[in-house]
Design a protein around this ligand. Structure first.
Ligand code: GAL
Length: 381
Protein backbone atom coordinates (compact mmCIF):
# COMPACT_ATOMS: atom_id res chain seq x y z
CA UNK A 1 0.00 0.00 0.00
CA UNK A 2 1.54 3.38 -0.98
CA UNK A 3 2.15 6.07 1.63
CA UNK A 4 -0.51 8.19 -0.03
CA UNK A 5 -3.07 5.38 0.11
CA UNK A 6 -2.02 4.66 3.70
CA UNK A 7 -2.53 8.31 4.61
CA UNK A 8 -6.04 8.21 3.09
CA UNK A 9 -7.02 5.04 4.93
CA UNK A 10 -5.51 6.32 8.16
CA UNK A 11 -7.53 9.52 7.77
CA UNK A 12 -10.73 7.55 7.13
CA UNK A 13 -9.91 5.17 9.98
CA UNK A 14 -9.18 8.14 12.22
CA UNK A 15 -12.53 9.66 11.35
CA UNK A 16 -14.22 6.30 11.98
CA UNK A 17 -12.60 6.04 15.41
CA UNK A 18 -13.69 9.59 16.19
CA UNK A 19 -17.26 8.93 15.09
CA UNK A 20 -17.44 5.58 16.92
CA UNK A 21 -15.95 7.37 19.94
CA UNK A 22 -18.64 10.03 19.81
CA UNK A 23 -21.28 7.32 19.37
CA UNK A 24 -19.84 5.34 22.28
CA UNK A 25 -19.89 8.43 24.52
CA UNK A 26 -23.67 8.58 24.11
CA UNK A 27 -23.97 4.82 24.79
CA UNK A 28 -22.67 2.25 27.22
CA UNK A 29 -19.01 1.83 26.40
CA UNK A 30 -19.10 -1.59 24.76
CA UNK A 31 -15.82 -3.08 23.43
CA UNK A 32 -16.23 -2.82 19.69
CA UNK A 33 -14.66 -4.91 16.99
CA UNK A 34 -12.47 -2.15 15.54
CA UNK A 35 -12.14 -1.83 11.80
CA UNK A 36 -8.45 -2.74 11.64
CA UNK A 37 -8.09 -1.64 8.01
CA UNK A 38 -5.33 0.93 8.21
CA UNK A 39 -5.59 1.28 11.97
CA UNK A 40 -3.34 -1.53 13.12
CA UNK A 41 -0.53 -0.25 10.93
CA UNK A 42 1.73 2.11 12.80
CA UNK A 43 3.33 3.06 9.51
CA UNK A 44 3.09 2.15 5.87
CA UNK A 45 5.38 -0.78 5.18
CA UNK A 46 8.61 0.27 3.41
CA UNK A 47 7.94 -2.11 0.56
CA UNK A 48 4.78 -0.14 -0.16
CA UNK A 49 6.72 3.10 -0.45
CA UNK A 50 8.26 4.23 -3.74
CA UNK A 51 11.05 6.81 -3.49
CA UNK A 52 12.07 8.66 -6.65
CA UNK A 53 15.72 9.77 -6.60
CA UNK A 54 16.60 12.42 -9.19
CA UNK A 55 20.32 13.12 -9.56
CA UNK A 56 21.72 15.80 -11.94
CA UNK A 57 24.41 13.94 -13.85
CA UNK A 58 26.84 11.03 -13.85
CA UNK A 59 29.56 13.23 -15.38
CA UNK A 60 30.46 14.80 -12.01
CA UNK A 61 31.94 12.16 -9.75
CA UNK A 62 30.21 12.90 -6.49
CA UNK A 63 26.66 12.34 -7.77
CA UNK A 64 27.39 8.74 -8.68
CA UNK A 65 28.35 8.11 -5.06
CA UNK A 66 25.30 10.02 -3.79
CA UNK A 67 22.85 8.16 -5.96
CA UNK A 68 24.17 4.65 -5.45
CA UNK A 69 24.64 5.09 -1.71
CA UNK A 70 21.16 6.51 -1.11
CA UNK A 71 19.56 3.85 -3.30
CA UNK A 72 21.47 1.14 -1.43
CA UNK A 73 20.41 2.45 1.98
CA UNK A 74 16.73 2.71 0.99
CA UNK A 75 16.58 -0.69 -0.69
CA UNK A 76 18.30 -2.22 2.35
CA UNK A 77 15.48 -0.72 4.43
CA UNK A 78 12.92 -2.34 2.10
CA UNK A 79 11.80 0.71 0.11
CA UNK A 80 11.19 0.64 -3.60
CA UNK A 81 13.35 3.16 -5.47
CA UNK A 82 13.67 4.71 -8.92
CA UNK A 83 17.10 6.33 -9.38
CA UNK A 84 17.57 8.56 -12.44
CA UNK A 85 20.43 10.74 -13.73
CA UNK A 86 19.62 13.63 -16.10
CA UNK A 87 22.89 14.43 -17.93
CA UNK A 88 22.68 17.99 -16.54
CA UNK A 89 19.66 18.54 -18.85
CA UNK A 90 16.85 20.36 -17.01
CA UNK A 91 14.08 19.14 -19.34
CA UNK A 92 15.30 15.57 -18.94
CA UNK A 93 15.18 15.87 -15.15
CA UNK A 94 11.64 17.32 -15.31
CA UNK A 95 10.40 14.43 -17.48
CA UNK A 96 12.07 11.94 -15.13
CA UNK A 97 10.21 13.55 -12.22
CA UNK A 98 6.97 13.39 -14.23
CA UNK A 99 7.54 9.65 -14.75
CA UNK A 100 8.19 9.15 -11.04
CA UNK A 101 4.93 10.94 -10.22
CA UNK A 102 3.05 8.88 -12.80
CA UNK A 103 4.39 5.61 -11.43
CA UNK A 104 3.12 6.54 -7.96
CA UNK A 105 6.15 7.84 -6.10
CA UNK A 106 5.37 8.69 -2.49
CA UNK A 107 8.54 10.68 -1.86
CA UNK A 108 10.84 12.53 -4.28
CA UNK A 109 14.50 13.19 -3.43
CA UNK A 110 15.84 15.77 -5.89
CA UNK A 111 19.36 17.11 -6.51
CA UNK A 112 18.17 19.75 -8.96
CA UNK A 113 20.10 20.92 -12.01
CA UNK A 114 18.42 24.30 -12.07
CA UNK A 115 16.81 25.00 -8.71
CA UNK A 116 14.48 27.60 -10.22
CA UNK A 117 12.97 25.37 -12.92
CA UNK A 118 10.92 22.83 -10.96
CA UNK A 119 7.92 24.79 -9.61
CA UNK A 120 5.37 23.42 -12.14
CA UNK A 121 6.34 19.76 -11.75
CA UNK A 122 6.48 20.08 -7.97
CA UNK A 123 2.99 21.60 -7.97
CA UNK A 124 1.89 18.36 -9.62
CA UNK A 125 3.75 16.35 -6.99
CA UNK A 126 2.08 18.29 -4.22
CA UNK A 127 -1.33 17.74 -5.78
CA UNK A 128 -0.57 14.02 -5.44
CA UNK A 129 0.45 14.54 -1.81
CA UNK A 130 4.04 13.57 -2.59
CA UNK A 131 6.68 14.69 -0.09
CA UNK A 132 9.67 16.46 -1.69
CA UNK A 133 13.17 16.52 -0.23
CA UNK A 134 15.75 18.83 -1.86
CA UNK A 135 19.05 16.94 -1.86
CA UNK A 136 22.24 18.99 -1.48
CA UNK A 137 20.93 21.80 -3.72
CA UNK A 138 18.03 24.01 -2.59
CA UNK A 139 14.98 24.11 -4.87
CA UNK A 140 13.78 27.69 -5.24
CA UNK A 141 10.66 29.68 -6.12
CA UNK A 142 8.15 27.04 -5.05
CA UNK A 143 6.23 26.26 -1.84
CA UNK A 144 6.22 22.57 -2.82
CA UNK A 145 9.53 21.51 -1.33
CA UNK A 146 9.14 20.09 2.16
CA UNK A 147 12.70 19.55 3.43
CA UNK A 148 16.31 20.24 2.46
CA UNK A 149 19.33 18.12 3.38
CA UNK A 150 22.79 19.41 2.56
CA UNK A 151 26.22 20.29 3.85
CA UNK A 152 26.75 23.77 5.26
CA UNK A 153 27.38 25.43 1.90
CA UNK A 154 28.44 28.82 3.26
CA UNK A 155 30.91 27.04 5.56
CA UNK A 156 32.36 25.20 2.54
CA UNK A 157 33.27 28.53 0.97
CA UNK A 158 34.45 29.99 4.25
CA UNK A 159 36.85 27.07 4.69
CA UNK A 160 38.26 27.72 1.21
CA UNK A 161 38.70 31.44 1.94
CA UNK A 162 40.27 30.76 5.34
CA UNK A 163 42.65 28.21 3.79
CA UNK A 164 43.87 30.84 1.30
CA UNK A 165 44.15 33.45 4.06
CA UNK A 166 46.30 31.15 6.16
CA UNK A 167 48.34 29.63 3.30
CA UNK A 168 49.44 33.12 2.20
CA UNK A 169 49.50 34.48 5.78
CA UNK A 170 47.42 37.41 4.58
CA UNK A 171 47.11 38.76 8.10
CA UNK A 172 50.86 39.39 8.32
CA UNK A 173 52.39 39.23 4.83
CA UNK A 174 52.73 42.44 2.80
CA UNK A 175 51.73 40.95 -0.56
CA UNK A 176 50.43 41.73 -3.03
CA UNK A 177 49.48 38.24 -4.20
CA UNK A 178 47.93 37.57 -7.60
CA UNK A 179 44.55 35.81 -7.25
CA UNK A 180 42.14 34.39 -9.83
CA UNK A 181 38.69 33.62 -8.37
CA UNK A 182 36.20 31.18 -9.94
CA UNK A 183 32.57 30.42 -9.02
CA UNK A 184 30.30 27.46 -9.68
CA UNK A 185 27.41 27.02 -12.09
CA UNK A 186 25.20 30.15 -12.25
CA UNK A 187 22.06 27.96 -12.05
CA UNK A 188 23.20 26.24 -8.83
CA UNK A 189 21.98 27.82 -5.60
CA UNK A 190 24.89 26.22 -3.75
CA UNK A 191 27.43 28.13 -5.83
CA UNK A 192 26.13 31.42 -4.41
CA UNK A 193 26.75 30.18 -0.86
CA UNK A 194 30.19 28.73 -1.70
CA UNK A 195 31.33 32.01 -3.24
CA UNK A 196 29.85 34.15 -0.47
CA UNK A 197 31.59 32.14 2.24
CA UNK A 198 34.96 32.51 0.52
CA UNK A 199 34.55 36.09 -0.64
CA UNK A 200 33.50 37.27 2.82
CA UNK A 201 36.98 36.18 3.91
CA UNK A 202 38.94 37.36 0.86
CA UNK A 203 37.29 40.56 -0.40
CA UNK A 204 38.69 42.67 2.49
CA UNK A 205 42.21 41.66 1.38
CA UNK A 206 41.33 42.57 -2.23
CA UNK A 207 40.09 45.93 -1.06
CA UNK A 208 43.30 46.62 0.87
CA UNK A 209 45.43 45.56 -2.09
CA UNK A 210 47.02 42.47 -0.52
CA UNK A 211 45.17 40.34 -3.05
CA UNK A 212 45.23 41.60 -6.64
CA UNK A 213 43.16 40.11 -9.51
CA UNK A 214 45.14 40.78 -12.76
CA UNK A 215 42.24 39.56 -14.93
CA UNK A 216 39.95 42.07 -13.14
CA UNK A 217 37.43 39.19 -12.80
CA UNK A 218 36.90 40.19 -9.21
CA UNK A 219 33.23 40.54 -8.14
CA UNK A 220 32.69 43.81 -6.25
CA UNK A 221 30.23 41.96 -4.00
CA UNK A 222 28.88 38.47 -3.36
CA UNK A 223 25.81 39.31 -5.45
CA UNK A 224 27.97 39.46 -8.58
CA UNK A 225 29.26 35.87 -8.18
CA UNK A 226 27.59 34.67 -11.37
CA UNK A 227 29.90 36.89 -13.45
CA UNK A 228 32.70 34.37 -12.83
CA UNK A 229 30.52 31.26 -12.80
CA UNK A 230 31.30 28.13 -14.87
CA UNK A 231 28.03 26.68 -16.26
CA UNK A 232 27.48 23.02 -15.39
CA UNK A 233 30.65 22.92 -13.29
CA UNK A 234 32.57 21.67 -16.35
CA UNK A 235 36.28 20.89 -15.99
CA UNK A 236 36.96 21.74 -19.63
CA UNK A 237 35.30 25.15 -19.38
CA UNK A 238 37.29 25.90 -16.22
CA UNK A 239 40.47 24.84 -18.00
CA UNK A 240 39.70 27.10 -20.98
CA UNK A 241 38.90 30.05 -18.71
CA UNK A 242 42.11 29.58 -16.71
CA UNK A 243 44.16 29.27 -19.92
CA UNK A 244 42.59 32.44 -21.31
CA UNK A 245 43.38 34.38 -18.15
CA UNK A 246 46.98 33.09 -18.06
CA UNK A 247 47.56 33.95 -21.72
CA UNK A 248 45.97 37.38 -21.41
CA UNK A 249 47.21 38.65 -18.05
CA UNK A 250 50.22 36.56 -16.99
CA UNK A 251 52.52 36.78 -19.97
CA UNK A 252 55.94 38.38 -19.44
CA UNK A 253 56.72 36.83 -16.09
CA UNK A 254 53.72 37.83 -13.97
CA UNK A 255 53.14 34.91 -11.64
CA UNK A 256 49.80 33.59 -10.35
CA UNK A 257 49.90 32.96 -6.59
CA UNK A 258 46.44 31.60 -5.75
CA UNK A 259 43.25 30.32 -7.40
CA UNK A 260 39.90 30.15 -5.63
CA UNK A 261 38.18 27.10 -7.11
CA UNK A 262 34.76 26.31 -5.56
CA UNK A 263 34.91 22.57 -6.30
CA UNK A 264 37.05 19.72 -7.57
CA UNK A 265 35.69 19.45 -11.11
CA UNK A 266 36.75 23.06 -11.74
CA UNK A 267 40.06 22.55 -9.90
CA UNK A 268 40.86 19.59 -12.17
CA UNK A 269 40.58 21.77 -15.29
CA UNK A 270 42.41 24.66 -13.66
CA UNK A 271 45.30 22.35 -12.71
CA UNK A 272 45.58 21.17 -16.32
CA UNK A 273 45.75 24.79 -17.48
CA UNK A 274 48.44 25.57 -14.91
CA UNK A 275 50.49 22.57 -16.05
CA UNK A 276 50.06 23.66 -19.65
CA UNK A 277 51.35 27.12 -18.74
CA UNK A 278 54.49 25.64 -17.19
CA UNK A 279 53.76 25.91 -13.49
CA UNK A 280 55.59 23.23 -11.47
CA UNK A 281 54.22 21.59 -8.29
CA UNK A 282 56.42 22.29 -5.31
CA UNK A 283 58.08 25.23 -7.09
CA UNK A 284 55.76 27.97 -8.37
CA UNK A 285 52.41 26.12 -8.32
CA UNK A 286 49.69 28.44 -6.96
CA UNK A 287 47.56 27.71 -3.92
CA UNK A 288 44.49 25.95 -5.40
CA UNK A 289 41.29 25.11 -3.50
CA UNK A 290 38.56 22.57 -4.22
CA UNK A 291 35.55 20.72 -2.81
CA UNK A 292 34.13 17.16 -2.83
CA UNK A 293 37.20 14.98 -2.33
CA UNK A 294 36.93 13.56 -5.86
CA UNK A 295 39.50 10.79 -6.39
CA UNK A 296 41.39 12.55 -9.21
CA UNK A 297 41.70 15.65 -7.08
CA UNK A 298 42.92 13.80 -3.99
CA UNK A 299 45.58 12.29 -6.25
CA UNK A 300 46.41 15.84 -7.36
CA UNK A 301 46.67 16.92 -3.72
CA UNK A 302 49.15 14.10 -3.14
CA UNK A 303 51.06 15.22 -6.28
CA UNK A 304 51.15 18.85 -5.11
CA UNK A 305 48.78 20.05 -7.86
CA UNK A 306 45.96 21.07 -5.51
CA UNK A 307 46.30 22.47 -1.99
CA UNK A 308 43.08 21.27 -0.36
CA UNK A 309 39.57 20.03 -0.89
CA UNK A 310 36.50 20.51 1.30
CA UNK A 311 35.36 16.95 1.81
CA UNK A 312 31.64 16.29 2.09
CA UNK A 313 31.15 12.68 3.14
CA UNK A 314 28.17 12.01 0.88
CA UNK A 315 27.44 8.84 2.86
CA UNK A 316 26.37 11.08 5.75
CA UNK A 317 24.04 13.03 3.48
CA UNK A 318 22.46 9.86 2.12
CA UNK A 319 22.03 8.50 5.65
CA UNK A 320 20.40 11.75 6.76
CA UNK A 321 17.94 11.64 3.86
CA UNK A 322 17.16 7.99 4.61
CA UNK A 323 16.41 9.01 8.21
CA UNK A 324 14.16 11.84 6.99
CA UNK A 325 12.28 9.35 4.82
CA UNK A 326 11.80 6.96 7.73
CA UNK A 327 10.51 9.81 9.89
CA UNK A 328 8.11 10.91 7.13
CA UNK A 329 6.79 7.38 6.62
CA UNK A 330 6.39 6.90 10.38
CA UNK A 331 4.49 10.15 10.64
CA UNK A 332 7.14 11.41 13.04
CA UNK A 333 8.55 14.91 13.25
CA UNK A 334 11.32 15.23 10.67
CA UNK A 335 14.54 16.23 12.41
CA UNK A 336 16.14 19.44 11.08
CA UNK A 337 18.80 21.77 12.51
CA UNK A 338 18.32 24.96 10.50
CA UNK A 339 15.01 26.81 10.10
CA UNK A 340 16.45 30.17 9.10
CA UNK A 341 19.12 30.08 6.39
CA UNK A 342 17.49 28.58 3.34
CA UNK A 343 14.80 30.95 2.12
CA UNK A 344 13.87 29.64 -1.32
CA UNK A 345 12.08 32.83 -2.37
CA UNK A 346 8.69 31.52 -1.25
CA UNK A 347 9.41 29.99 2.16
CA UNK A 348 12.23 29.10 4.51
CA UNK A 349 12.75 25.40 3.92
CA UNK A 350 13.35 23.25 7.04
CA UNK A 351 16.93 22.03 6.60
CA UNK A 352 19.40 19.56 8.01
CA UNK A 353 22.99 20.81 7.61
CA UNK A 354 26.02 18.53 7.86
CA UNK A 355 29.51 19.87 8.60
CA UNK A 356 32.18 19.65 5.87
CA UNK A 357 35.86 18.81 6.50
CA UNK A 358 39.08 20.32 5.10
CA UNK A 359 41.36 17.68 3.59
CA UNK A 360 45.00 18.37 2.71
CA UNK A 361 47.97 16.07 2.04
CA UNK A 362 48.55 16.05 5.80
CA UNK A 363 45.25 14.45 6.87
CA UNK A 364 44.18 12.22 3.96
CA UNK A 365 44.94 9.11 6.02
CA UNK A 366 42.96 10.31 9.05
CA UNK A 367 39.91 11.40 7.05
CA UNK A 368 39.36 9.79 3.67
CA UNK A 369 41.10 6.49 4.38
CA UNK A 370 40.25 6.05 8.07
CA UNK A 371 36.55 6.60 7.25
CA UNK A 372 36.65 4.09 4.38
CA UNK A 373 35.67 6.70 1.83
CA UNK A 374 38.75 5.60 -0.14
CA UNK A 375 41.17 2.74 0.35
CA UNK A 376 44.91 3.39 0.42
CA UNK A 377 45.07 1.57 -2.93
CA UNK A 378 42.49 3.97 -4.41
CA UNK A 379 44.98 6.73 -3.71
CA UNK A 380 48.17 4.89 -4.58
CA UNK A 381 49.28 5.00 -0.92
C1 GAL B 1 27.24 21.48 -6.10
C2 GAL B 1 27.65 20.52 -5.03
C3 GAL B 1 29.11 20.40 -5.02
C4 GAL B 1 29.72 20.41 -6.37
C5 GAL B 1 28.93 20.85 -7.55
C6 GAL B 1 29.18 20.05 -8.80
O1 GAL B 1 25.91 21.77 -6.01
O2 GAL B 1 27.21 20.92 -3.74
O3 GAL B 1 29.45 19.31 -4.20
O4 GAL B 1 30.72 19.59 -6.61
O5 GAL B 1 27.57 20.88 -7.33
O6 GAL B 1 28.64 18.81 -8.68
Amino acid sequence: MSLRKFKTIAAVAGAAILLSGVAACSQEREPEAQDTEGQGEETAAPEDILVGIAMPTRSLERWNKDGSHLQGLLEEAGYETNLQYADNEVDQQISQLQNMINEGADILVIASIDGTALAPILAEAKAQDITVIAYDRLINETPDVDYYATFDNYRVGQLQGEFIRDALDLENADGPFNLEPFAGSPDDNNAKFFFSGAWDVLLPYVKEGKLVVPSAKSPASNDEWQSIGILGWGSEDAQDEMTNRLNSFYAGGTKLDVVLSPNDSLALGIAQALEGAGYVPGEDWPVLTGQDGDQANVLNIIAGKQSMTVWKDTRLLAERVATMIQQIVNGEEVEVNDNETYDNGVKVVPTFLIDPTVVTADNIEDTLIASGFYTAEDLGL
